[in-house]
Design a protein around this ligand. Sequence first.
Ligand code: ADP
Ligand code: MG
Length: 252
Amino acid sequence: MIIAVTNQKGGVGKTTTCVNLSSALALMGKRVLLVDMDPQAHSTISIVGDPSQCGKSLYDVLMDKTLNIADVILRSTVPGLDVAISRISMAKLEPSLIAEFDGHYRLKDSLSQIKDDYDYIIIDTPPTLGLITLNALVAATHILIPIQSSYLCLEGTDDLLETIDKVKRIANPSLDIIGVIITLHDKRTNLSKDVVERINQVFGAKVFKTYISKSVKLEESPAYKESIFTFAPDSIGAVQYRKIAEELLKRG
Ligand code: ADP
Ligand code: MG
């Protein structure tokens, strides 16, 4: 299963979800690859001890078909979790590939070399609907959408759903939304209740039963290059991301 974690809004918890959901699945014994497609490389930096030990990154692999993605896959600090690393050079991908007729298919082609080595491949994406995100949507079997529990959270959802439909029509007919995760939730506020209701109206059964609360521990753990499961194993964030992983396993 290849899951693109996508929402063109920034700061909604894509990277936090990628890191901690991948870690939860790995700790459950699954073989997991986290593919970092964001030029900001926050997934890479959060969970790989020393990414500079690798001279290349995913950008080089996507640009040069003679390279193998295995050359940019490093072990993370979580047993069983590998990371295809990103670097700021990824920001050059869109201008470099825009004129290539197969520009949307580069990630799919690269993953075909190693996809059977993993039970789950999770792709972190940047906050845009540009060519990088399209590569992720073409390569993926499923999409996971984190939505921040806030007033304007559904702004832009139409654009996202339209993009997903376009990718399905043109390149990836079986692409499916595996779920929507409500993130940065603060259950004390009335606004949050209203927001959750609206998200449920739009996405219905796609919404995961577990919501991810706002929690300082989730914010702190990347600085220590740890997932929430070793940084703060008993924290609410650890409990909730483990439950999300369990829900995901039930969904497929
Ligand atoms: P995105 O990848 O969508 O831009 P991030 O996962 O990087 O979003 O989250 C944006 C910021 O919010 C980061 O500083 C992150 O540490 C913080 N954050 C994410 N999820 C939570 C949470 N549940 N509680 C508290 N802070 C969070
Ligand atoms: Mg991110």
